[in-house]
Design a protein around this ligand. Structure first.
Ligand code: SF4
Length: 399
C-alpha cells in the first residue's frame, strides 16, 4: 500500500488516484534509486508566493493584515490587468501594506535564463529558473488569428517518452499553481508592453493556452486545475474554457476525473502508435496503462461530456509513419468522436530518431482520410529554436 504525504493511508477514489499518479516514474534506472529520487523531487515544495493565491485567498490575507478588502481587488488588477511583476509597480497601494505582503507572499517573477526568437519572429521561447534552481520552459506562438502559449506543468517529466527531450531529463518536481500562472503572465506582459507589431503580429493579449510544455499535466492535477481556474476567471485573464487544451500521455483515472470537471477544457491524448508493442517502445506509460485501458477511459470521457477528443500522433520516420500504421490507427479510432493531430517530430539533440518527411506525412494522412478519420497536420513552429518540449533546456545545458 502506498501512503499520502502525511503518512496516512490514502482514501478511496480521487485521493488514491492522486497518490498513484504521483508515484509514477518511468525513466530507465534502478527502481529503488528512482523511487527515492522521485519522492525527494516531489517533496521540494517551494514557499508560497502571491500568484499561488486566488482572489478569495488574497482577500482573506488582506483582511488578516487589517486592510479593507478593496485593496485585494487593487492588487489583483495590478497582477492580471497590468501584469505587474514587482510590488514596487503597485503605486496606488500603501507602502506599509506592500511591505507586509511582500514579507508574507513574495512576488518573485520567474528568472529568465535565456529567451530565444525563431527566425520568422513568430515563436518565442523562454527558459525560466524556479526558486530552488529547477528550470522550465514556455513558448509563445504567434499566428494571424491567435497568440498561444505552450505552458509547462512540471520541471522535467517522469514519463520518459522516447521521442521527447524532456523525457530524457526525468522529473525534478511539480510546479506550484503560481509557477504555472507566471509563465503566461510573462508573455502577457511582453505582448501588452511591446509596441513593434513585427514582434507581436499585432496581438496585445494571449488568446489560447496549450498545456503541452514540460511535464505530464494530469500528474500535477490539483495545481493544474487551480491555474486553469485562474486563467478562466473573468477577474483575471478571462480565457474561455475552449481556448485551453490539456495534453496527456493518457492516465485513465485522471481522464475520468477530467470528464467530471465543470469547465469544458479541451483534452488531447498523446497516442503516437496504435498497438501496445510500438506504443510501449515509445511511451513507457503504455506498460502501466495499455491502449485498451486508455481507450476505455476515452470512450467514457466522450459519452459523459459529448465532447470531441483529440489524439496527438507524433510522426517518427520509419517508426510509426507507414501507411500500415495509419490503417491500424484508423481501425482503432473508427466510430469515436475524435480528431487526430499529426505532428512531424522535431529533431531531439542526441537522438537518432527523425521526423517524417512531407511525402510520408501526406501518405499517412491519405490513409486516415480513406477511413474517414478527421485529422490535420500541425504546423511546426520554432524548429530553429528547439521548440519541442524540453529541447531548449537540453540545448542550453549541452552548450
Ligand atoms: S512527451 Fe510529455 S509526457 Fe512524454 S516525456 Fe515528454 S513531457 Fe513527458
Amino acid at each position: 500500500m502506498s501512503f499520502t504525504e502525511t503518512g496516512r493511508p490514502p482514501k478511496d477514489g480521487f485521493e488514491r488516484d492522486l497518490v498513484e499518479v504521483a508515484a509514477l516514474n518511468l525513466p530507465k534506472a534502478t527502481p529503488t534509486l528512482l523511487n527515492s529520487l522521485n519522492k525527494a523531487a516531489l517533496s521540494q515544495k517551494p514557499e508560497e508566493t502571491l500568484l499561488d493565491l486566488d482572489l478569495d485567498e488574497l482577500t482573506t490575507l488582506i483582511k488578516e493584515l487589517g486592510q479593507p478588502t478593496f485593496r485585494a481587488k487593487q492588487v489583483w488588477g495590478w497582477l492580471y490587468q497590468n501584469f505587474a511583476d514587482a510590488y514596487a509597480e503597485m503605486n496606488n497601494l500603501p507602502n506599509s501594506l506592500l511591505e507586509k505582503l511582500s514579507a508574507q507572499v513574495p512576488l518573485a517573477p520567474l528568472e529568465v535564463v535565456t529567451e530565444k526568437v525563431a527566425y520568422d519572429g513568430q515563436t518565442r521561447k523562454a527558459l525560466f529558473r524556479l526558486s530552488g534552481g529547477a528550470e522550465i520552459e514556455t513558448v509563445l506562438m504567434l499566428y494571424a488569428d491567435r497568440a498561444t502559449v505552450c505552458v509547462s506543468t512540471q520541471a522535467g517529466c517522469a514519463m520518459a517518452c522516447s521521442f521527447c527531450a524532456t523525457g530524457q531529463l526525468g522529473l525534478t518536481r511539480n510546479l506550484q499553481p503560481g509557477e504555472i500562472v507566471q509563465q503566461v503572465l510573462h508573455f502577457e506582459r511582453f505582448l501588452s508592453r511591446t509596441t513593434d507589431p513585427r514582434l507581436t503580429l499585432g496581438h496585445k493579449r494571449i488568446t489560447n493556452l496549450v498545456f503541452m510544455g514540460m511535464g505530464e499535466p494530469l500528474a500535477n492535477y490539483l495545481n493544474l486545475w487551480k491555474a486553469i481556474r485562474r486563467f478562466h476567471d473573468p477577474q483575471s485573464l478571462n480565457l474561455g474554457a475552449r481556448k485551453m487544451t490539456v495534453s496527456t500521455v493518457g492516465l485513465p483515472q485522471m481522464i475520468r476525473r477530467f470528464a467530471q470537471e465543470d469547465l469544458p477544457i479541451n483534452l488531447a491524448i498523446s497516442l503516437h502508435a496504435a498497438n501496445d508493442t510500438l506504443r510501449g517502445s515509445m511511451m513507457p506509460i503504455n506498460h502501466r496503462f495499455p491502449i485498451a485501458m486508455l481507450l476505455e477511459a476515452c470512450r467514457e470521457y466522450i459519452s459523459r461530456t459529448n465532447r470531441r477528443l483529440s489524439f496527438e500522433y507524433t510522426l517518427v520516420r520509419e517508426v510509426n509513419d507507414s501507411p500500415a500504421a495509419a490503417r491500424e490507427l484508423a481501425m482503432l479510432l473508427r466510430g469515436m468522436l475524435c480528431h487526430v493531430n499529426l505532428i512531424p517530430m522535431n529533431p531531439v539533440p542526441g537522438s537518432s530518431q527523425q521526423g517524417s518527411d512531407l511525402s510520408r506525412v501526406r501518405a499517412f494522412q491519405a490513409e486516415l482520410e480513406r477511413f474517414g478519420i478527421p485529422n490535420s497536420v500541425r504546423s511546426e513552429k520554432g524548429r530553429d529554436i528547439q521548440a519541442a518540449c524540453g529541447q531548449l533546456k537540453v540545448e542550453y545545458n549541452l552548450s
